[in-house]
Design a protein around this ligand. Structure first.
Ligand code: PGA
Length: 249
């Protein structure tokens, strides 16, 4: 069995400001203390170069990247530009990108390939909407997304999967540990079937209203290798208990 280090990542979305970077000092200190846990924060693009010098102990990442290295793509940013700005990771395929920008599994796969090729750790998000869960098709949906959006693994960088049920994002509702156990086990099976031993090393995060109250129970579930937090990553007070929960699990 593989021992996977826990990873706790924060997704600031279109929140934060220069002033909010002050939160990073305490988060970085908590990350240094939680020596068995990897910690990351993904602020808006403009804050990345400002966040990097304050990051000691944690990694800074982007929330999206374009599939191409350069070109006529107004408003987009490439994985190379993120890396040059000091990002060590990037999120791709977040449900808000899939919904607001019409990103298909194919587009997400191309972005993940570009990110991995640029040497960025790549957090690829999958997750079902509520109707799919009610209809009992949630596992099938997520496995379909995985099959079509996860690229071949590369050695230069690391792939991480984030299971984020869309109905749990920003709603205060979370998957139960049993829901997470079912889905994370299914994702693990799919990864090991496709990639063999390398699939057993891919970390699978839970996301969707992950917070100080529910993190410990979720992180105790086999194959939950940490969390991706949105709202609860915006302040040190909310985020540090999640890091500490990961350290205890
Ligand atoms: P949330 O967002 O923690 O605010 O639900 C998580 C995410 O969308 O990554």
């Amino acid at each position: 069995m593989h021992v996977r280090r826990k990873l706790v990542a924060g997704n600031w979305k279109m929140n934060g400001s220069r002033a909010a970077l002050a939160e990073l000092a305490a988060i970085a200190a908590a990350a240094r203390e939680a020596s068995g846990v990897d910690v990351a924060i993904c602020p808006p693009f403009t804050l990345i170069p400002l966040a990097v010098p304050r990051a000691g102990g944690l990694s800074i990442g982007g929330q999206d990247c374009h599939a191409e290295a350069s070109g006529a793509h107004t408003g987009d940013v490439s994985a190379q530009l993120l890396a040059e700005a000091g990002a060590r990771l990037v999120i791709v395929g977040h449900s808000e990108r899939r919904a607001d920008h019409g990103e298909t599994d194919g587009a997400v796969r191309a972005k993940a390939e570009a990110a991995l090729a640029a040497g960025l750790q790549t957090i690829l998000c999958v997750g079902e909407v509520e109707e799919e869960r009610i209809a009992g098709g949630h596992v099938e949906k997520v496995l379909f997304q995985l099959e079509h959006s996860v690229p071949e693994l590369r050695r230069e960088a690391e792939l991480v999967i984030a299971y984020e049920p869309v109905w749990a994002i920003g709603t205060g509702r979370t998957a139960t540990p049993d829901d997470a156990a079912e889905m994370h086990a299914a994702i693990r099976r799919a990864l090991t079937e496709r990639f063999g031993d390398a699939g057993a090393r891919v970390r699978i995060l839970y996301g969707g209203s992950c917070n100080a109250k529910n993190a410990e129970a979720l992180f105790a579930v086999p194959d939950v290798d940490g969390g991706l937090a949105g709202g609860a990553s915006l302040t040190a007070d909310a985020f540090i208990p999640i890091i500490q929960a990961a350290a205890r699990s």
